[in-house]
Every structure is written in C-alpha cells, then in structure tokens.
Design a protein around this ligand. Structure first.
Ligand code: NAD
Length: 269
C-alpha cells in the first residue's frame, strides 16, 4: 500500500545557475557560510552563488571546503574557501576579517557548522563531550555572529541566520547537549533580533528536520522510522537552502526574530 503523500516525493534537481540574462536576487551581496564543506552548508553556499552572491565557504575541514569552493567557483568565480574553527573566537574573528579582505563587505552570515552528538545518555558521557557539543553547536554560532555584528552595524544592515534543528523542540534520541544547544540558538535569534532591529540587521533561525543524506549516516531502521512520520519524505539539504535563500534575499526584508520550521512535517508549529 502506498504511504499517504508518497506521490509528493520527488528528487530536487538542485538549484540552477542563472543564465547570463538573469539577475540573481543576491547579486552584489557577500555571504559567509560556516560548515560549507558538505551537507546543508554546502547546499546553502551553492544556492547563494547561484543567485549572484559572493560566498566565503568556511569550514574546519579545509581540504574539503577548498575542493567545494573550487568546484562551485568554476561557473561563479565568487567562491572562496577559508579554514575556521567556529568554537574558537579568534578563529571566527579571522574568518570575518578574511571576508572583508576578500570582498570588502559582509551582508549575510549563515551559522551552519555543527556536530552530531553521541547517542548515549548525557549523564554517562564525559564532561568534555558536553562541552564540545555546546562549544561547536551553540558557542560556534555566537563567535562568528559576535565578530560580524560591528561590521554590519557600520554598513547599515545585514542578515544573520542560525541553523537550529527540530531537536530544539523535541528529543530525537540524541545526546541532550545537542538539543540544548539547538534550543539555545532559537533564544539567541529571538533576543538578537530585538537588539539588532534598530541597525536593520535581521536575525532568524531555520529549524531543519532530518535531511536523510547529510550529517550522521542513518541506519535502515532510523530511516524507516523517520519516513513513517514524514509524509513529505526525506528530501535532503535543498529545502533548507531554499529557506535560507528566502531569508537572505528581498523576500526576507520584513522577517526577523522568527523560527522557520523546514522539517517536512516532522514537527508542527
Ligand atoms: N543533517 C540533518 O538532518 C540536520 C537536521 C537538523 C539540523 N541540522 C544542522 O544543520 C547543520 C549542518 O548539518 P549537516 O547535516 O550538513 O552536517 P555535516 O556533518 O554534513 O556538515 C557539518 C559541517 O560542519 C563542519 N564543522 C564541524 N565542526 C566545525 C567547527 N568547529 N568549525 C567549523 N566547521 C565545523 C564539518 O567539517 C562539516 O563540513 C548542523 O548545525 C546540524 O546540527 C542537520
């Protein structure tokens, strides 16, 4: 028997590079995307490039991010790779300086770098495991933000996007530090949005559901479990990148302090 909504599933062809007659909605804009070597971050970088932005692709894995930037840079020539450890404030500061040196401005920051948590009980894990998850998944979105804000204030505006998770709303079998960090990003987005409104800096969080093909590989049992509660199906990273495009381009001009649930119905509200 066919699952309800099974007919809705389709493979996304992925973003299309505009032809020479198109003008991308992000033409002239400069974005930094952390965690851009692979997965959701790579998909966001690609869609921003497709829509005309220049992008600093930043990641801890320099070899992979360099390869990604080289690959994406062929049609766009606006992609630059940078090594960053987002859990380290000084590394994040150097990344912000790098985008200014490279492109002279920064309009959009997407905090996407993150790590999965071990599946065990938090109270049975070493303290350093808790600290590492909070350092990367929560503080690792704050340090780049903290260092980019003064430049956006001087420039008269900007967009900051946090990649949270449905794990902010409900437990998903992961280490609770991950849930706490992802919920913290929502608090950060909402509070910062109020603080930065007077400077025309719009701050939002995107709350992805499981992509199915990025992050930690899923077992067959996990995949079947997810598909049974996702009538729209697992669709990879592209829907999340589309949401980040919506927030970054003029369509997002009147949106701040929101949490955009992009989870294929995995959670509601
Ligand atoms: N995969 C999912 O289903 C899913 C669901 C909800 C939320 N998310 C969130 O989306 C984001 C991206 O997830 P993904 O699935 O693409 O993961 P991924 O593991 O495929 O990619 C994460 C990237 O972040 C980089 N990274 C890790 N630690 C870093 C650090 N300290 N400094 C700089 N870069 C670092 C990695 O090298 C990697 O390239 C994460 O924040 C994740 O928590 C993912």
């Amino acid at each position: 028997m066919k699952r309800p909504g099974a007919g809705l599933r389709r493979q996304s062809p992925g973003p299309r590079f505009p032809s020479s007659s198109d003008v991308g909605d992000l033409a002239g804009k400069v974005a930094v995307v952390t965690g851009a070597a692979q997965g959701i971050g790579l998909s966001i970088a690609r869609i921003y490039l497709c829509h005309g932005a220049s992008v600093l692709l930043a990641d801890l894995n320099y070899r992979a991010v360099k390869e990604a930037a080289t690959r994406l840079g062929k049609p766009a020539a606006r992609a630059v790779a940078w090594k960053v450890d987002v859990s380290d404030s000084s590394s994040a500061k150097s990344m912000v300086q790098a985008v200014l040196d490279q492109f002279g401005r920064v309009d959009i920051l997407v905090n996407c770098a993150g790590i999965d948590s071990p599946m065990g009980r938090a109270w049975e894990e070493p303290d350093k495991s808790w600290r590492r998850i909070i350092d990367v998944d929560l503080n690792g979105s704050w340090w780049p933000t903290r260092h980019v804000i003064p430049h956006m204030i001087t420039a008269g505006g900007g967009r900051i996007i946090f990649i949270s998770s449905v794990a902010a709303r409900e437990w998903s079998g992961t280490h609770v530090a991950y849930n706490a960090a992802k919920a913290g990003l929502i608090g950060l987005a909402v509070a910062l949005a109020s603080e930065l409104e007077p400077h025309s800096i719009l701050v939002n969080a995107v709350m992805p559901g499981p992509t199915g093909d990025t992050g930690r590989p899923l077992s067959d049992v996990e995949r079947a479990g997810l598909e049974s509660r996702m009538p729209l199906g697992l669709r990879g990273a592209d829907p999340i990148a589309q949401a980040c495009l919506y927030l970054a381009q003029p369509s997002g001009d009147w949106i701040t302090g929101t949490v955009l649930n992009v989870s294929g119905g995995y959670v509601k509200g």
